[in-house]
Design a protein around this ligand. Structure first.
Ligand code: GZL
Ligand code: ZN
Length: 340
């Protein structure tokens, strides 16, 4: 019987005798709590989830997917911690999960480094760790599996899309000047998309990458970085934005500078995630293409946790499937089918 279940067994009696409604019982220093009125019965799988933050539409869809999959009806007791994009909050959350003796820890590591100590503590406590979305650069025996998306393939697919796009517009021999708004430096999605695109960049002497800057996956930072790049470089033909929210910020900066973008504009915008708002931006003619990164990890996570709790084995790496969407497609009807 883990400590958490003990505390929660005792608590409801205390709470019930004062007949109050749901009561936040701070379960960690970050203030998030568990609702004391929940009965954590023996059969529920207690899962501590440490989430990066709420920096983007993608992240919010990812959170929503996890919360709607890891419910008590589905056999889980979820303790969810949002780290507000600070690694130290994630490390604190994992340590609290260990103290509470959860059954499993799910971690979406904001960056790949700095996890060895705390994941060793989880291993020493006998608590399996599942890495979700982003990877941690640790010994493979410190995590049971990684459920993620192939960011390098997304980056490479974007490079090949640009090859085709330039060829179709008769510009494949021209000098093409480009900049990149990178995601949080050191995040798996940033590393993968940058490296993947660079593999194609290297094949084209006429492609000139003027500069890559960290936009931290947020719209505000994306706009700020794009303003700076527009001031610095007279001519920019292509902007690679490593997520949609930075692309939205870039579009605002480009328009504010009196420039144009999208299929009819002077600056081609390539984006990643393909959230619903990216479809709106493509339909509005602001961005050219969005490479999907599927945030709907909840059901797959639930399946992995169930398999493990029944003593089953899971593959070390589990990829979500992904596509891309651009203005050559019927974006309005596809948009209606999008779950996020
Ligand atoms: C992708 C994920 C990235 C998204 C961003 O796997 O880690 O983090 O592309 C999000 O929108 O901030
Ligand atoms: Zn992805």
């Amino acid at each position: 019987m883990n400590i958490l279940k003990n505390i929660l067994y005792l608590l409801p009696a205390a709470v019930l005798c004062v007949g109050c409604t749901a009561k936040e019982v701070p379960s960690t220093e970050t203030g998030a709590g568990v609702h004391a009125e929940d009965q954590v019965d023996e059969n529920l799988i207690v899962v501590g989830v440490s989430q990066v933050g709420a920096e983007s539409d993608w992240r919010n869809a990812h959170t929503e997917s996890i919360k709607s999959a890891l419910t008590s009806e589905n056999g889980f007791y979820l303790i969810f911690e949002d780290a507000q994009q600070k690694q130290e909050n994630q490390i604190k959350a994992v340590r609290n999960f260990i103290l509470q003796e959860v059954d499993y820890i799910v971690l979406a590591p904001i960056v790949e480094t700095g996890w060895d100590a705390v994941l060793q503590e989880a291993k020493d406590a006998g608590i399996p760790v599942i890495l979700d979305d982003r990877l941690a650069d640790v010994d493979e025996d410190l995590y049971t599996c990684w459920l993620g998306t192939n960011a390098e393939k997304e980056g490479e697919d974007a490079g090949h899309w640009l090859e085709d796009y330039l060829k179709d517009s008769g510009r494949d021999q021209e000098t093409v000047k480009m900049v990149t708004l990178q995601g949080t430096l050191g995040a798996t999605a940033q590393i993968g998309r940058t490296n993947g695109f660079s593999k194609v960049l290297k094949e084209h002497d006429n492609w000139e990458m003027l500069e890559m800057m960290d936009g931290d996956f947020t719209q505000a930072k994306g706009q700020e970085v794009m303003e700076e790049l527009l001031k610095k470089y007279e001519e920019i033909d292509v902007v690679i934005c490593e997520n949609d929210n930075m692309a939205f910020g870039a579009v605002d900066a480009i328009k504010a500078a009196g420039r144009t973008c999208g299929p009819e504009g002077e600056i081609t915008i390539i984006s990643f995630d393909a959230v619903r708002a990216a479809f709106d931006a493509m339909i509005a003619g602001d961005i050219n293409v969005a490479f999907e990164c599927n945030p709907l990890h909840g059901p797959k996570l639930a399946e992995i946790l169930k398999t493990l709790s029944e003593g089953g084995k899971v593959d070390k790496i589990q990829y979500m499937e992904e596509k891309y969407f651009d203005m050559t497609m019927d974006l309005e009807s596809i948009r209606e089918t999008r779950a996020y």
